[in-house]
Unconditional design. Structure first.
Length: 418
């Protein structure tokens, strides 16, 4: 059995590939159950975000190929199309990868905290699907603890850095002040809420929140003195927006080229700054070809984010040192699981020898022998029984010249050096 992390992310695959692989939340439990129904796959969890699609699994021989084949079949990729974008981490490398992801060290925005919540969601989905075994369950719990330690012991989370923060930073670079601007936020999830908070902190004049569920949009808009609309009303309000930030879970674009062209005419060619954070994309890519539209995807935020990476480099190095230690800690636990059965069998054997010898000692007492005689018999017999087989195996090893066995036995029995 081996541990593997198989997937792709923003570093290895462009957004059009990532959006084809993205799994909708309502599909996740079924997908996980399909994975563990594959012969070699014993445990599975899937992390699917706008920037990554990763499968964490405990597999038997042939499991790597089974996981890759499943990805091909699910998303209509040929092996030749998909393999250039995939990476596979095994054993200690897989452990290190999950810990780095949980701590935000593998994110588009170095140290961003949202990924930890997304990994906790993935853990919850795998728990619901009953696809977590003892290894993955322990690994994810370990990742949560390490992420908390890194946040506590380093400055990796000292400033509010996220994709949403990067989007707002870019808006400020384009418009300067935001106190005369209107933002249209499409979606009402965590990323959009973060964007709303950063926009509000930068003095945004007005916010409109559009969402499939209007009640949820209203709850978010109310926090910032804005108002809510349904997704079906986008075309009627798009012309009001100077800034559009979109992040929904829709499998198809919610904003098309025609709607944006109409809005630009009503705006008398005043520009619109748009950021599409969603994967799959919420805004048709063709919108970017329109004059007076500045359209950015998550991949385009790299330059803004690079400045934040430099400021966090020292904290990230400290985090890497913590992770080094914690990888070894988990490996120690993992290795110990291999000895669990052996230890149990050894203790059971010793317990049986104890019970047998103790019963014989009780029999001597019932026959009228003295307590001293019974205790002598108990100590002498139990010692002989416990040492008989190890002593016999050591004699065999000596006779065969197996010095390695002798040295391992010396260590195991804590006999020190001769």
């Amino acid at each position: 059995m081996s541990l593997i992390a198989l997937g792709l992310n923003h570093k290895t695959a462009p957004v059009d590939v990532r959006e084809r692989l993205a799994l909708a939340p309502e599909r996740m439990v079924d997908a996980l159950r399909e994975l563990v129904s594959l012969g070699p796959v014993r445990e599975a969890a899937i992390v699917s975000t706008c920037n990554r699609m990763e499968i964490y699994s405990r597999v038997a021989e042939g499991g790597d190929e089974a996981l890759v084949d499943w990805l091909h079949g699910q998303h209509s990729f040929t092996p030749a199309d998909l393999r250039p974008y995939l990476y596979a981490h095994r054993e200690d490398s897989a452990i290190r990868h999950l810990l780095r992801v949980a701590c935000g060290l593998d994110s588009l925005v170095l140290g961003e905290p949202q990924i930890l919540g997304q990994i906790k969601t993935a853990y919850g989905q795998a728990s619901e699907a009953h696809t977590l075994g003892p290894t993955l369950n322990r690994l994810f719990q370990h990742a949560f603890a390490v992420a908390k330690q890194v946040r506590t012991d380093t400055a990796i989370g000292a400033s509010p850095v996220s994709v949403a923060f990067a989007a707002v930073s870019l808006a400020r670079q384009i418009f300067g002040r935001l106190d005369t601007k209107t933002a249209l936020l499409i979606g009402a999830g965590e990323t959009i809420e973060l964007a709303a908070r950063h926009l509000h902190a930068n003095g945004l004049a007005r916010v409109i929140v559009a969402n499939r569920t209007v009640e949820r949009a209203h709850a978010l808009a109310e926090q910032f003195g804005g108002y809510a609309i349904a997704l079906s009303e986008l075309s009627a309000h798009l012309h009001e927006a100077d800034i559009v930030i979109a992040s929904t879970a829709s499998p198809v674009p919610v904003l098309g080229k025609g709607a944006v062209e109409s809005a630009l005419k009503r705006r008398k060619r005043r520009p619109i700054f748009m950021v599409d954070i969603a994967v799959p994309r919420d805004i048709e890519p063709e919108v970017g070809s329109l004059e007076d539209v500045y359209l950015y995807t998550v991949d385009d935020l790299e330059q803004v984010i690079e400045e934040n990476r430099r400021s966090r480099a020292e904290a990230a190095q400290q985090a890497e040192e913590i992770i080094d230690t914690q990888v070894h800690s988990f490996l120690d636990w993992l290795r110990a699981q291999g000895a669990t059965g052996l230890i149990r069998d050894y203790r059971d054997q010793a317990g049986r020898l104890r019970d047998e010898t103790l019963e014989r000692a009780y029999r001597l007492l019932r026959q009228g022998r003295s307590p001293e005689e019974a205790l002598d018999f108990l100590a002498h017999t139990l010692t002989n029984k416990l040492t008989h087989h190890p002593t016999a195996r050591l004699r065999e090893a000596c006779g065969e010249g197996r010095l390695d066995v002798i040295e391992h036995a010396r260590h195991l029995l804590d006999l020190g050096q001769d």
